[in-house]
Write a protein that binds this ligand. Structure first.
Ligand SMILES: Nc1ncnc2c1ncn2[C@@H]1O[C@H](COP(=O)(O)OP(=O)(O)OP(=O)(O)O)[C@@H](O)[C@H]1O
Ligand SMILES: [Mg+2]
Length: 372
């Protein structure tokens, strides 16, 4: 089943002075009361695998209060490889190592990919597009170093541009930053639209399955240069040249609007992503259950795409989501998880799981003796 996390060790990470979990298997369930440190374990595993965490923590938040530095290690292996992945937090800096050698995050992303599913992910089915853009970029970053680089280059350019607009900088400066925005922005929109269309296709299959074949899911990607209509399915997969030309025109056309609003309104940060169930926008018409199914389909599709594109099964991290799903959706998720993915689950109690699952799992009750 590909690379498996065998052992985890955290020193002075979050609430853990020292946590050492060895002999980890296919399915581990962490059970314990609120604030005991369940999410912290999930976050630690995500930092060591995806090289980022859904909490977007600062350095100070990760190091245990009262400690100077922190260290997280994961030992992962398959039939042919033994890897030790390390994240060191010292002197205000994050340092990553593989088998003791310094590495950049870009070198490590994708080696042991992971997919996390947390209650925050229910945002993926609400009206704002930004959580969907972020989730798509986070997936793209694990799949391709160029996607990640485009995101960080674009973010930097956008910050610069917003500062210039706020300072009412001269036109010449805005024009020159717009050239950069067009180059990077067009590429980013193309990467995203292509990835989104693959993701949406896989999601459609899972959604059909989860809804018992009764409902159809569709997805829309509307680049910022097109008027967004939340009522209509629109799918664009522009070529890079088309995207460049459209972005350039739109930036020129809306320059005075950007000037008067003192912020950038055109570019991939304003692209819209929507999901439709049986033709109706899920964020505006979907029931709670439909939106939960949609988010579940999103996560399952992420794991499928990672396996497809990297040839490596991701580690599945399920933080506190059992209570968010009903029995049918829980069963769908768990049967998928048990189908070959190494899975870590947190929950406040074991009552969410049926006995046959508990029998297969290593159940760890927190607090463990090893932690404080
Ligand atoms: N840097 C830190 N230093 C010390 N303690 C920290 C640090 N960061 C977080 N904590 C503590 O960790 C605990 C939270 O852990 P975590 O979020 O993992 O809880 P949880 O078990 O997931 O709880 P819940 O069931 O409520 O989600 C809190 O008590 C918090 O104060
Ligand atoms: Mg938690």
């Amino acid at each position: 089943m590909g690379l498996t996390v065998r052992r985890l060790k955290f020193v002075d990470f979050r609430n853990y002075r020292e946590l050492d979990l060895d002999g980890l298997g296919k399915l581990t369930v962490f059970v314990g009361p609120n604030a005991v440190g369940k999410t912290n374990i999930i976050e630690g595993i995500q930092l060591l695998t995806a090289q980022t965490s859904f909490r977007k923590p600062t350095y100070a938040q990760m190091v245990r209060q009262g400690a100077e530095f922190a260290r997280l290690d994961a030992w992962v292996s398959d039939d042919s490889r033994d890897l030790q992945l390390t994240l060191q937090l010292a002197e205000g800096k994050r340092k990553r190592l593989m088998n003791g050698k310094a590495k950049r995050a870009a070198d490590l992303r994708g080696i042991v990919p992971s997919v996390a599913f947390t209650p925050d992910d229910l945002e993926l089915a609400r009206s704002a597009s930004s959580p969907r853009r972020d989730a798509l970029d986070a997936l793209g970053s694990q799949l391709s170093a160029s996607h990640h680089r485009l995101c960080s280059d674009y973010e930097r350019a956008l910050k610069n541009k917003n500062r210039l607009l706020k300072d009412e900088a001269p036109d010449s400066l805005i024009e020159s930053i717009d050239e950069v925005m067009v180059l990077i922005g067009a590429q980013l929109t193309c990467y995203r639209a292509a990835l989104f269309s693959r993701l949406a296709k896989a999601m459609g299959d899972y959604y059909r399955e989860i809804s018992g074949g009764r409902e159809e899911l569709q997805a829309s990607y509307t680049p910022s240069w097109i008027d967004h209509d939340p009522e209509t399915v629109f799918t664009a997969t522009p070529t890079r040249d088309e995207a460049r030309a459209a972005l350039q025109d739109s930036l020129a056309m809306r320059r005075s609007e950007e000037r008067s609003r003192h912020r950038s309104v055109v570019g991939p940060h304003a692209d819209h992503l929507d999901f439709f169930i049986d033709g109706r926008n899920a964020a505006h018409y979907g029931s709670q259950g439909q939106r939960r199914s949609l988010v579940l389909a999103f996560k399952l599709a992420e794991t499928a795409l990672i396996e497809d594109m990297l040839g490596q099964k991701p580690v599945l991290l399920l933080d506190d989501v059992m209570g968010e799903l009903d029995a049918t959706r829980r069963a769908a998720l768990l049967s998928f998880a048990l189908d070959g993915l190494q899975t870590f689950i947190t929950a406040t109690g074991l009552h969410y799981f049926d006995e046959s699952l508990v029998a297969k799992a290593d159940v760890m009750e927190l607090p463990l003796n090893a932690c404080e």
